[in-house]
Structure formats: structure tokens, C-alpha cells
Design a protein around this ligand. Structure first.
Ligand code: ADP
Length: 158
């Protein structure tokens, strides 16, 4: 079995992310959920909070850990000595960008594979930005985010 990373912004983690984490942790020896620190993007939750939320939701899974990184994903992947990068695919709209990224990463480090995992149909509409939009308009996000982080997200928008 291989070691993998699952990178993303996770701003905040949603049930769609958690579904990918659970399914990929079952087929990987070890999975690191890697939060991207992007100085060019303004995040709603700071990196510490995003890591904290992910740690709460991944606690039941012993072969999953959470980390953060700045800079090139492929360099981080090599530094962590992983074989596989996991990406989730929701719709055709995700595909074009992810396809380009996977090919660039293949060029930079051919020994690291990108694997795409299809979204669970229950969550194909779900993204962090949708969660934030609904929360900002005081809508109910209970069915969209893991229970462990519901209050934390609500607090941020209160
Ligand atoms: P977003 O802000 O769009 O939710 P992230 O950068 O946090 O995106 O996502 C990290 C990874 O998780 C990406 O590979 C993305 O395609 C995947 N992902 C996000 N939401 C879902 C979902 N509902 N189902 C499957 N994969 C998802």
C-alpha cells in the first residue's frame, strides 16, 4: 500500500472533503491531509483554524494526519516521501484545471502519481465557498459540514 497526500485549501473542511479522506484512507497505507498556505489568497479561516478543524474530523482515522505547506505541492510531496497525490473531482469544471496541474506535476516529478477520486454523488454540489455563502446569509449548514466543526464555522459568521 502507498503513502498519499490530499492537498487543498479546506477553507473550511466540508462533508465532501471528509468523504474523500475516508475513502482514500481505506486504500492507502497512510494519508496526509495537507492544507495549502497561499499568501496570494485571502482565506476566511487562518491556517491554524483550518488545521485544527481537520484534526477534529480525522481523529477517528489512525492512518490519517494533518499538516500544512507553503510553496510547490510537488516539492512538499517529495519532502514527505509520498507516492501519490489524491485529488477529488466533482464535475467537468474541476477537470480542466486539475488535468493541467497533474500533467505539470508529472513533468516536474514523474515518480509521483496523481490519482483522481470521483465525488460521492451526495456531495457533488458541495464546496467550501458554497458553505461560506450559505453561512454568511444565515442559512443552515448543518448537513454540509462535519458535526465536529459546525459550531466553529457558525462562530466565524456570527
Ligand atoms: P473547494 O474550496 O472547492 O472545496 P479545496 O481546495 O478545499 O476546494 O479542495 C481540495 C480538494 O478536494 C480538491 O481536490 C477538490 O476537487 C476536492 N473536493 C472539494 N469538494 C469536494 C467534493 N464535494 N467532492 C469531492 N471532492 C471535493
Amino acid at each position: 500500500m502507498a503513502k498519499a497526500i490530499y492537498p487543498g485549501s479546506f477553507d473550511p473542511v466540508t462533508k465532501g472533503h471528509l468523504d474523500i479522506i475516508i475513502r482514500s484512507s481505506k486504500i492507502m497505507e497512510h494519508l496526509t491531509v495537507a492544507v495549502l498556505e497561499n499568501p496570494r489568497k485571502v482565506a476566511t479561516f487562518d491556517i491554524k483554524k483550518r488545521v485544527e478543524m481537520l484534526k477534529l474530523v480525522t481523529e477517528p482515522y489512525p492512518n490519517v494526519d494533518v499538516d500544512y505547506y507553503e510553496g510547490l505541492l510537488i516539492d512538499y510531496a517529495q519532502q514527505r516521501k509520498v507516492d501519490i497525490i489524491i485529488k477529488g473531482l466533482r464535475a467537468i469544471s474541476d477537470f480542466e484545471f486539475e488535468f493541467q496541474m497533474a500533467l505539470v506535476n508529472q513533468k516536474l516529478r514523474p515518480e509521483i502519481e496523481t490519482l483522481f477520486m470521483m465525488t460521492n454523488s451526495k456531495y457533488s454540489y458541495l464546496s467550501s465557498s458554497i458553505v461560506k455563502e450559505i453561512a454568511a446569509l444565515k442559512g443552515d449548514i448543518r448537513s454540509l459540514v462535519p458535526t465536529e466543526v459546525y459550531e466553529i464555522i457558525l462562530d466565524r459568521f456570527s
